[in-house]
Design a protein. Structure first.
Length: 96
C-alpha cells in the first residue's frame, strides 16, 4: 500500500530535528524506515519545517514504528493513497 506522510516540525524542536536529519546518510535513512518500507519520494519545505513523503509498505506496524522515531520532534499525519488506475477501477465498479 502507498501512504502519504505529512509532517510539521514543532517550533521548539525544529533545530534539533534539522540536526538529526542533516547528519543521516542514505544507509541511516534505510535503517530509520526499516526493511519493509520503501520510500518512493520525500519533499521538504525548508522555510516552514514541513514536508511530505510517499512510501510503500504492507506493514502498518513498521510504518507506525518509523513515525515514532520522529514523533517527539514533529506533528505527523499518515493516510493511505492510491494511484489513478486503481482508483478509476474502484470508482467505475461502484458507479456501475
Amino acid at each position: 500500500m502507498l501512504f502519504q506522510i505529512s509532517w510539521k516540525m514543532y517550533p521548539s524542536s525544529k533545530m534539533e530535528c534539522y540536526k538529526a536529519f542533516s547528519q543521516m546518510t542514505p544507509e541511516d535513512d534505510l535503517k530509520d524506515a526499516g526493511e519493509t518500507i520503501k520510500i518512493v519520494g520525500r519533499w521538504h519545505a525548508v522555510g516552514g519545517g514541513r514536508g511530505v513523503c510517499i512510501c510503500e509498505t504492507d506493514s502498518v506496524e513498521s510504518l507506525t514504528g518509523w513515525m515514532v522515531n520522529w514523533a517527539g520532534m514533529c506533528e505527523i499525519d499518515v493516510e493511505p493513497v492510491i494511484e489513478d488506475a486503481p482508483l478509476r477501477s474502484v470508482v467505475s465498479q461502484k458507479l456501475a
